[in-house]
Every structure is written in structure tokens, then in C-alpha cells.
Design a protein around this ligand. Structure first.
Ligand code: HEC
Length: 199
């Protein structure tokens, strides 16, 4: 009997330590974080775009966490300053990502604001970056003889579109591009630590 009690106690203690370290402490660290002034909540179109970012697996190739220059030259790559927890207050679930097959996208809205570019790049990445290994997403578009009123025609570089036809963006592509354009974490942030401000 004694060894069962030891086993059960040991298991409970391990679980308590793990819960404290992985759930309670992180919760206490981030629970009071306020949204920065420069960060707006996502609009409903941007949220739909975010869902399709998840559904299409963009997160498997793109991170959303530019790092401090002590870890990686992300700022020199043009990916923006290192992010702080407040940059993610509206991100549920977070899309930090762990793979960087493609560039970090946390500030893609700053570096590439053009809707035309994003639509064309989603339709065919290689029309913009020769040899790109990013997959094209043709099912977010429709190839037609001519566009109907109110439809957004994708402006591809010369010679890249289907001959004699137009490519129009479906609502999914437009929402996804709105989400990408909203990715801007270039507002000023207060230093995370008071000591940093004093220096
Ligand atoms: C298999 C990996 C892979 C997947 C999946 C992927 N990408 Fe990419 N992406 C890349 C690579 C590699 C590049 C760099 C070459 C290029 O621009 O095409 C890139 C570039 C980009 C760029 C331009 C970044 C810049 O700094 O110029 C954007 C925007 C982008 N991807 C968005 C997306 C979105 C949105 C999705 C999901 C619908 C997606 N990617 C899925 C690999 C991927």
C-alpha cells in the first residue's frame, strides 16, 4: 500500500509543478496586458481572412513573431521590431508559427500594402517571385471571359494570366488579403521592463 501512496503523491506533485509552471505563471504574466493604442481589433472581413489563413495552412510556412536582434537579424530583413505580448491581444488562436519556409508576416501590411500584389501573388506566386516554392491558391479565384459588375479583376504582370480571359478574386481571396494588409505592428510600444526605459 505504501508504494501506491508514494506513486500517487509523486504523480500529483509532478502535475501540480507542471501546471504552475506552464499554466498559472504564464497566465499571471499576461493577464493584465492592455491592447496598445495603435492596435485595432480585427474587422469581420479580416477575421474571415484569418480563418482562411488557418484553413489553408499558411502558418506552416510563415511565422508571425519577428525576433529580437540578439536572436535573429529579423529587423534587418525588414520584418519589423521584436513583438511584445500586447501585439497579440486580439489573436485567438495565436499564429506564431514555428517554420520559416517563407518570410515572417507579422508586418506584411507595412511592407506590402498593395491589394493587387497580394491577389496576384496568391493566384500565382511565381508570377512575382520566379522559382517561388509557395503554392498557388487558384481555387480562391475564378477564370472567366469577362468580369461582372463589382467583381475584382486580378492585375497580373504581363504574360502571366490565362490568354483572352480574366481572373477574378472570390470573396475568400479578398478577405484573406484584407487580413494580410491588417498585419502591422509598427506602432510605438512602451518598453516591456521599466529598467529598459531608464537606460
Ligand atoms: C510551402 C510553404 C508556404 C505556404 C504553405 C505558404 N507560403 Fe507564403 N511564402 C512562401 C515562400 C517560400 C515565400 C517567399 C517567396 C515568394 O514571395 O513567393 C512566401 C511569400 C509570401 C508572401 C510575401 C512575403 C514578403 O515578404 O514578400 C506572402 C504575403 C505570403 N507568402 C502569404 C501566404 C499566405 C496568405 C499563405 C496561405 C494562403 C501562404 N503564404 C502559404 C512559402 C509558403
Amino acid at each position: 500500500m505504501q508504494s501506491e501512496v508514494k506513486l500517487a503523491t509523486g504523480a500529483l506533485v509532478s502535475l501540480a509543478v507542471a501546471t504552475a509552471a506552464l499554466v498559472v505563471l504564464p497566465y499571471l504574466q499576461v493577464r493584465d496586458i492592455q491592447p496598445p493604442e495603435g492596435l485595432k481589433p480585427y474587422t469581420s472581413a479580416e477575421l474571415r481572412g484569418r480563418d482562411s489563413y488557418v484553413a489553408n495552412g499558411c502558418v506552416y510556412c510563415h511565422s508571425q513573431q519577428p525576433r529580437d536582434k540578439g536572436f535573429a537579424p529579423d529587423a534587418e530583413r525588414g520584418w519589423g521590431r521584436a513583438t511584445v505580448p500586447a501585439d497579440y491581444v486580439y489573436d485567438t488562436p495565436h499564429l506564431l508559427g514555428s517554420m520559416r519556409t517563407g518570410p515572417d508576416l507579422m508586418n506584411i501590411g507595412v511592407r506590402q500594402p498593395s491589394q493587387d500584389w497580394h491577389l496576384g501573388h496568391l493566384y500565382q506566386p511565381r508570377a512575382y517571385v520566379p522559382g517561388s516554392i509557395m503554392p498557388p491558391y487558384p481555387y480562391m479565384f475564378e477564370v472567366k471571359d469577362q468580369a461582372d459588375a463589382g467583381e475584382v479583376v486580378v492585375k497580373l504582370p504581363p504574360g502571366q494570366g490565362p490568354e483572352g480571359k480574366v481572373v477574378v478574386a472570390k470573396p475568400e481571396a479578398l478577405d484573406l488579403v484584407q487580413y494580410l494588409q491588417s498585419l502591422k505592428r509598427n506602432y510605438p510600444i512602451l518598453p516591456a521592463e521599466p529598467q529598459a526605459a531608464a537606460q
